[in-house]
Design a protein around this ligand. Sequence first.
Ligand code: NIG
Ligand code: FE
Length: 426
Amino acid sequence: MNRELLITHASQLVTLAGPARTRVGAEMRELAIIKDGAVLARDGVIVAVGATSEVEPQAAVDALHLDAGSSVVMPGFVDAHTHPVFAGTREDEYEMRAAGMTYQQIAASGGGIRSTVRRTRAASEDELFELGKIRAGWLLGHGTTTVEAKSGYGLTVDDELKILRVIRRLNDETALELIPTFLGAHEIPDEYRNKREDYIRLVIDEMLPRVAAEGLARYCDVFCESHVFTVNDSRRVLTRAKELGFGIRLHAEQLSLSGGASLAAELGAASADHLEWVDQAGIEALRQAGVIAILLPGAVFNLGLTRYAPARAMIDAGLGVALATDFNPGSSPTPSMQMILSIACTQMRMTPAEVITAATINGACSLGCEARLGSIESGKQADIVMHDCSDYRQIPYFFGVNHAVVVIKSGEVVVDTRGDASTASR
Ligand code: NIG
Ligand code: FE
């Protein structure tokens, strides 16, 4: 569509203008806010950003005009770690944890990821797509315009390919952008419990080449943890993935300190995710290798744990930090980046400015999309969200509230909960 989009009168236009690279240290607190700001987009791309008085005269007479009415306007969230394609839910385990069982105990007794795998295998591609569509709507509705999306609930060649095809279809047929990651090494499935080596070989020799040949994933991830894949297992899988051209991500140091962070550094991973147990040496290794730490406090919160990733030490050390939901049916069933920002502020002592940076430009950097996504600047894609508050700090402060009222993807309004009167042509 060629119609221009003009947004005016943002109380705060949170642009995050700055270098198209990971923001570190004090840079994470610089949001480049414009008061009474406006944005103009043409063909889905931002062409002007500034004060309303400067930008408004540049718009075509027939531009679609959204008056922000003194609300906050900021980039769409880039949620760089999700597991959105699965069948079945695990509220039974949620209840078991309330009674005192741990995530690992539930996994060892046959529940956890394997429980979701059984139900995901039994679901058809169309069923998974329909479920995925609902979740894409949740994510968009909470202000997220791009997600990284992992497979990992199939764990056979065919079921992993099925999930990755669903991710591709969701990307093509919904407004949400999904960047696919292959996570065949998510768990040892039921039929391989006594032959782990055979499963690792299946991932390396059959799954990875098929996924690469079909062009179904940009990244490869492994759940590196003593009860699933060791550092050595993870190195084997990820080394083969690198040879095949995949970028690397890694679930590291989530439930124990096992050396995943150094492995991510050694392999030059795009991200190391979770990191609740990382030590100072791990932080330093990640920083030196330029690996982005993706923190997932929703999983800590939802599992009823108290050990959050040491975000302050990371930021103070100059390590690039991003935040993501880890949206999945077991450890973090939330699609809301806003909720994640609240937890990050209160439990990890990140400032509101730092969490906004972590949830936008730094997430985009971890996905190699920083030239196109994560900030409101001329030349970037118009992925923009209007939040119903006048100060960006209220987004985490009023927690449990969905502030996102208008969501724009590539210059198109894809969510607008404000009613007809608020959107008008000029
Ligand atoms: O990131 N850690 C591994 N994967 C998910 C949990 C998936 C599940 O429990 O279904 C996570 O927390
Ligand atoms: Fe995860």
